[in-house]
Design a protein around this ligand. Structure first.
Ligand SMILES: [Cu+2]
Length: 105
């Protein structure tokens, strides 16, 4: 009986992890006029926290308009939740040459 209980607990813990119940928060820096990392791969339900490490203000804004941070001054952060699968290109509204990509699986 004892061993059955142990088995049941182990199995249910494994199922919780398989279901990705715990959404991850991925940290992304904006530094040296670039997004780092430039390509961020996450899973549906995860969040990305963008932090500006530059003196210049920046945003992270989706090319398709599906998300944007506010204008982030030095040291400021913004967290975005991704609830749809897909590949989303983004850029900085203030410096449009700054580009990145979020891949949501
Ligand atoms: Cu910028």
């Amino acid at each position: 009986m004892k061993s059955f209980v142990k088995f049941a607990l182990t199995t249910s813990a494994a199922l919780v992890f398989a279901g990705n119940v715990f959404a991850a928060d991925v940290k992304a820096n904006i530094k040296g006029m670039a997004f780092n990392p430039g390509t961020i791969t996450i899973f549906v339900g995860d969040t990305i926290t963008f932090t500006n490490r530059d003196g210049a203000p920046h945003t992270a804004t989706a090319s398709d308009g599906s998300f944007t941070t506010p204008t982030l001054r030095k040291g400021k952060s913004s967290t975005i939740t991704f609830s749809k699968k897909g590949t989303f290109a983004f850029f900085c509204k203030i410096h449009p040459g700054m580009k990145g990509e979020v891949v949501v699986k």
